[in-house]
Design a binder for this molecule. Structure first.
Ligand SMILES: Nc1nc2c(ncn2[C@@H]2O[C@H](COP(=O)(O)OP(=O)(O)OP(=O)(O)O)[C@@H](O)[C@H]2O)c(=O)[nH]1
Length: 93
C-alpha cells in the first residue's frame, strides 16, 4: 500500500480483500507493506489502517497477516521484511 497517497487506499483495500478471499491463497502468509513512508502525507499510516478497518480484516482473515511500514527508496524497514521472509520460509519447510 502506498503510505504517501491515501487516495489509492480504497483501491488497495479492494485488491487486498480479493487476494485474501482467493481459495488458492487461503494457506498463505501475508505481509502488508505500507511503502513510501519517507514521503510527507496528510494522513498517518495508523489513520489509514483504521480507515480501511485493517484490524477487522486481520481478525476475520484465514491467513496469518503481518503489517510493516517501509521505504523501499531509503531502505527503512527492509531488514524486518527480510526477517519475515526468512521466518516464513523456515516455517513452511
Ligand atoms: N519516495 C519513495 N518513492 C518510492 C518508494 N518506492 C517506490 N518509489 C517510487 O515510486 C515510483 C513508482 O514505483 P512503484 O510504486 O513501484 O510503482 P507503482 O506502484 O506502479 O506506481 P505508483 O502507484 O504510482 O506508486 C517510482 O518512481 C519509485 O522509485 C519509496 O519507498 N519512497
Amino acid at each position: 500500500m502506498d503510505a504517501s497517497d491515501p487516495t489509492q487506499l480504497s483501491a488497495s483495500c479492494v485488491q487486498l480483500l480479493g487476494l485474501l478471499s482467493a481459495e488458492q491463497l487461503a494457506e498463505a502468509s501475508v505481509l502488508i507493506l505500507f511503502n513510501k513512508i519517507d514521503l510527507p502525507c496528510y494522513m498517518s499510516t495508523e489513520e489509514m489502517k483504521s480507515l480501511i478497518r485493517l484490524p477487522d480484516i486481520i481478525a476475520c482473515a484465514k491467513q496469518n497477516i503481518t503489517t510493516a511500514e517501509i521505504s523501499a527508496r531509503e531502505g527503512t524497514g527492509l531488514a524486518g521484511v527480510l526477517a519475515w521472509l526468512q521466518a516464513t520460509h523456515r516455517a513452511n519447510d
